[in-house]
Design a binder for this molecule. Structure first.
Ligand code: AMP
Ligand code: ZN
Length: 495
């Protein structure tokens, strides 16, 4: 029997503002869509946090035995410089600045995105569709929305009629915003505006002569509005109604609100059952963002090449740092927090490596390992509460260290459950990778070279009967966590 049959997963649904018991549309199957990156620059750690949050969701659903179809798009057209539908296309702008083709920009940053997420041990989605690969479908859905009376053409562009939609539906259902307030707080339209109302949003925009990313359509040579691609690609691969839609908190309005309106207008159905929003990674208390420059790039983290960092950190440490916070909480990035996470990470990994050495005895009474396993599930069933899960894994760390240090036995059966559960949750669900301290950063090669040089100098000193220098090298290394071991074959070291 699959695990989900006897686990009750609850998901915080942004639509209702409550934790709800997860019930997929088709028993045993989950359709999940997550908004992907706009590939016009390197992803920063903030972006990575959101994708790691949904990787956790994907991994846990799979662990529970669901067959998950996970769709995550690549935005390679239609996302203008500012979200209010003005300015240049972000990708076209980058292409102009770098003097390359827009599709070269797309290729370069899509490859970077994949490489980075692979380093963070994110699983690839089941389908990764692109906006430019779905222009035909976007034109078709615009026709449907116009036919249903919820969109209008003006000067070669097509706009979604928010006021008309709101007569029979609720625009603001996800974000909790009221249309009257939105109307009160927006500027008046100018003569250049083609929209009937400032709240209306573009489904299709006529291309200005300088706009190079353009396609023919019944209305003009132009390009689709940014919100449309996600409606089209989610419905194409998951159906008009599907289970989970995710994205960063900053996408809730207008992007996701518009997605609901588009789907509802085109099909008369509410497209998504569970809306999930991941919270932001901040730096110095401010959201990490591409546009402000307040961000850290993953490659800077892995090399330590940023003034904020005292050293380099491996992807697994950063992943562990992020998963120590709930995906719905804001998380502030700092070097101290990363260092603390690194310590915790190694403690956990060391205990997992030691667990097989716990002595066993068939005459023992239960140590409560089955109950502990249930607590791991309870944590994850509570809206993917990874910090609660990690706290529970640390209970096991304490347990393992205590048994080993004091040579206390447990039941063989419990030891097996302990080891399997630790592996399931640490590696499969949290997606952490066992890194030894030496593999854990890109400086490891340099470190090895330096330690080997010191070993050589120590050997020379000892050969010259300069034991004082020899001992000083050994003691200083030990004080820095590097142990030397002398044997007939020579001297080796460990961290
Ligand atoms: P973008 O490429 O800008 O569309 O962003 C890709 C994803 O990263 C979206 O889901 C954003 O919500 C998310 N994101 C952007 N900035 C941050 C941040 N500072 N922390 C967490 N997620 C973010
Ligand atoms: Zn989207």
């Amino acid at each position: 029997m699959p695990l989900y049959e006897h686990q009750e997963l609850k998901i915080y649904n942004s639509l209702s503002g409550e934790k709800e018991v997860f019930q997929p549309l088709t028993n045993g199957y989950v359709g999940m869509y997550v908004c992907g990156p706009t590939v016009y620059s390197n992803v920063h750690l903030g972006n990575c946090r959101t994708f790691i949050s949904f990787d956790l969701v994907f991994r846990y659903l799979k662990h529970l035995g669901y067959k998950v179809r996970y769709v995550r798009n690549i935005t390679d057209a239609g996302h203008l410089e500012n979200d209010a539908e003005t300015g240049e296309d972000r990708i076209a702008k980058k292409a102009r600045l770098e003097e390359i083709e827009p599709m070269e920009v797309v290729q370069k940053y899509t490859v970077d995105f994949h490489n980075i997420l692979y380093k963070f041990n994110n699983l690839p989605p089941s389908i990764e569709p692109t906006a430019t690969g779905h222009i035909v479908e976007q034109i078709e859905i615009i026709k449907e929305i116009i036919d249903k009376g919820f969109a209008y053409e003006a000067n070669g562009s097509v706009y979604f009629d928010v006021l008309k939609y709101n007569e029979s539906n609720h625009y603001g259902i996800l974000s909790g915003r009221k249309l009257e307030d939105m109307i009160a707080n927006t500027r008046e339209l100018t003569a250049q505006d083609d929209k009937r109302n400032p709240q209306d949003f573009a489904l299709w925009k006529k291309a200005e002569p300088q706009h190079i990313m353009r396609w023919p359509s019944p209305w003009s040579v132009g390009f689709p509005g940014w919100h449309l691609e996600c409606t089209v690609m989610s419905s194409k691969y998951l159906g008009d109604e599907f289970d989970i839609h995710g994205g960063g908190m900053d996408l809730k309005f207008p992007h996701h609100e518009c997605e609901i309106a588009q789907g509802q207008a085109a099909t008369g159905k509410n497209p998504v059952n569970y809306w999930m929003h991941a919270n932001m990674l901040t730096l110095n208390g401010k959201k990490m963002a591409k546009s402000t420059g307040n961000n850290i790039l993953p490659k800077e983290l892995f090399s330590g090449d940023n003034d904020v960092l005292s050293k380099s950190y491996s992807p697994s440490i950063a992943r562990f740092f992020m998963l120590q916070a709930n995906y719905r909480s804001i998380l502030d990035f700092s070097d101290e927090a990363l260092t603390a996470a690194e310590k915790g990470f190694h403690k956990l990994m060391d205990a997992i490596a030691l667990a097989p050495s716990i002595p066993t005895n068939p005459n023992n009474s239960s140590s409560g390992i089955k109950e502990w396993r249930e607590e791991c599930y309870e944590a994850m069933n509570d809206d993917f509460n990874s910090p609660a899960l990690i706290a529970n894994l640390f209970k096991a760390v304490k347990f393992i260290n205590h048994k080993i240090e004091n040579k206390i036995t447990i039941l063989e059966e419990e030891k097996e459950i302990l080891i399997k559960t630790l592996h399931d949750f640490t590696f499969d669900v949290l997606g952490l990778e066992a890194v030894t301290a030496l593999e854990n950063n890109q400086d490891s090669e340099r470190l090895t070279n330096v330690v080997e040089l010191l070993i050589e100098l120590r050997a020379k000193a000892r050969a010259n009967r300069d034991f004082e220098t020899g001992d000083k090298i050994r003691d200083e290394l030990a004080a820095n966590g590097i142990q030397l071991k002398d044997s007939k074959e020579g001297t080796t070291f460990s961290l």
